[in-house]
Write a protein that binds this ligand. Structure first.
Ligand SMILES: Nc1ncnc2c1ncn2[C@@H]1O[C@H](COP(=O)(O)OP(=O)(O)OP(=O)(O)O)[C@@H](O)[C@H]1O
Ligand SMILES: [Mg+2]
Length: 502
């Protein structure tokens, strides 16, 4: 389809840019266009503007105004034209783009880039993850599993922009892969209980592949409490206090290995009381152990067992929706992520994707020491995970609060609508792949629309994420629905209830 004709302007055509007069009302900013038949030149429309030479001079305006802006003898409207400014991306040589060394000629016809060429030059694959389609073209967005996830993915956007739906689509695609296409295991740290629905019978394709771990039932065995973990949970312990508690834990673990039964925090308390430590060491330690007991997390044994959490082609959802303590959630994530990473390094479990919702709460840029329990493991996986097949998918609505280290180690990004200038600035600073032409358009995106950029694709593209296939059972209800639900589940107190109570 012809879109227009290249014009000669002050700046070009040059080897990097050109402009053309548009003859189609359908042309949109961000669209890909091409010139020439064999080995076409591919370009992207960076801006579309209107021009009218009649209105360039001040005196024509007064002439125009005199006539009441309605009709002059001069056909001013006929002089109006639409110009598209394009950046040249390269010459398509049949498989990829090579550098363009010669400018296009004024007068050349501009047409819409062919879908098959776009697919190839953007690097989409037949057996890639079907995330949706390009916004300006009927081209499916299908980045390969490796390119999208191996070097970590960040999904960023304001609340309600479609991050969780996008993450759900990524999971659906990752879990639908056949064995021969290469599968990975998926683990989700789900703070709002949005992913448990994968296990619902109504989601037939996924129910059998999904295990939901109830956050309240998660336990960590006391003998797995390492000195490093303790110092992360309680960064304010003095050196003496740390040595004291570590030696007690070591002693109890040794006894356990020698045949005694597994111990819990009450045993640790008894051991502290029985020890000869001074009061200024004992009292703070006892109060710390009491704090740990309040979390109702540490026990005789662990649940779930780490090696059961990751299985090829399967999903484990840690449903942390019912937990209110941020610290408890951080400890759970830190413990399991650390173990999974260690096991993966030793090749004891399959490669996996770790999806973290509300990542800014687990890996904060400016976290106080006691709020940074899970930060270091997320940063470690972000830095080293790709070598071992441990990938991260970080989801956040407050990128400015997300660790720069973790964010800059993500090599693929799906950026949905973001309006806060601080968040935009932080993203632009952390992600090499973003330039000003891209960041300027992020605030105008609609729900479900985003920009895919980085490792996953050869050139940043605007995408419309497909809707989820799995049915959602919880969360995201309207106020009206929540009100109705409340009314239905709570009934009025009747006289018989009062009687029964008395
Ligand atoms: N790709 C899409 N196709 C159709 N509808 C969508 C799409 N993405 C989002 N929506 C709609 O927008 C709603 C909000 O999306 P979602 O829950 O993914 O937002 P979010 O960015 O995760 O928000 P929050 O930060 O509050 O968790 C969805 O319930 C759905 O109705
Ligand atoms: Mg969400």
């Amino acid at each position: 389809m012809s879109l227009g004709t290249v014009i000669s302007t002050f700046e070009g055509p040059s080897t990097s840019r050109f402009s053309f007069v548009v003859n189609s009302s359908k042309l949109r900013k961000g669209e890909f266009v091409s010139l020439g038949d064999s080995n076409p030149l591919i370009a992207v429309v960076n801006e579309v503007r209107r021009a009218n030479r009649y209105f360039e001079r001040a005196e024509t305006i007064s002439e125009y105004e005199k006539n009441g802006s309605v009709k002059t003898d001069f056909p001013a409207q006929d002089w109006e034209y639409v110009v598209a400014d394009c950046a040249i991306l390269g010459v398509f040589n049949g498989s990829s783009l090579s550098k363009n060394s010669f400018p296009p000629s004024p007068g050349e016809k501009v047409v819409a880039a062919e879908n098959s060429i776009l697919k190839q030059f953007l690097g989409f694959e037949d057996n890639g993850l079907k995330l949706g389609k390009l916004m300006q073209h009927e081209v499916p967005v299908t980045p390969s599993l490796t390119r999208l996830l191996q070097k970590h993915l960040a999904i960023l956007g304001i609340s309600g922009s479609g991050k969780s739906v996008c993450a759900t689509v990524v999971l659906e695609e990752a879990l639908s892969r056949k064995k021969e296409a290469g599968q990975i295991g998926v683990v989700v740290f789900d703070v709002h209980g949005e992913y448990s629905c994968f296990a619902d019978k109504s989601n037939r394709d996924f129910a059998d592949k999904t295990t939901v771990v109830d956050g309240e039932k998660i336990r960590i065995a006391c003998h797995k409490l390492t000195p490093i973990m303790l110092s992360m949970i309680f960064p304010d312990l003095s050196g003496v206090q740390q040595r004291a508690i570590n030696s007690i834990l070591k002693e109890l673990t040794k006894k356990m290995k020698d045949g005694a039964k597994a111990f819990d925090l009450d045993d640790v308390v008894s051991e502290i009381n029985a020890s000869k430590m001074t009061q200024n060491v004992r009292d703070p330690l006892l109060s710390k152990i009491e704090e740990l007991k309040q979390l109702r997390l540490f026990s005789h044994g662990s649940f779930p067992i780490v090696k059961d959490v990751v299985k090829s082609g399967k999903l484990t959802v840690f449903d942390l929706n019912a937990l209110t303590s941020v610290k408890k959630k951080q400890i759970i994530l830190a413990y399991f992520a650390q173990r999974l990473f260690n096991q993966r390094r030793k090749q004891k479990i399959p490669p996996f994707l770790l999806l973290v919702e509300e990542a800014h709460n687990f890996c904060r840029e400016k976290a106080s020491a006691e709020n940074a329990v899970s930060k270091s493991i997320i940063e470690t996986i972000a830095r080293e995970g790709r070598k071992f097949g441990a990938s991260l998918c970080l989801i956040s609505q407050r990128p400015v609060q997300l660790s720069t280290t973790a964010l800059s180690q993500c090599n693929s990004y799906i950026i949905m609508r973001i309006t806060n200038p601080f968040d935009l600035k932080h993203i632009a600073e952390s992600c090499e792949a973003i330039d000003s032409s891209v960041s300027g358009q992020i605030s105008g995106l609609q729900v479900g629309e985003g920009i895919l950029l980085g490792e996953a694709v050869n050139y940043p593209v605007f995408i419309k994420v497909r809707n989820r296939a799995t049915r959602k059972t919880r969360g995201g209800h309207s106020l009206e629905e929540l009100g109705r639900q409340f009314e239905e589940t709570t009934r009025e107190i009747t006289p018989s209830d009062v009687e029964a109570f008395i």
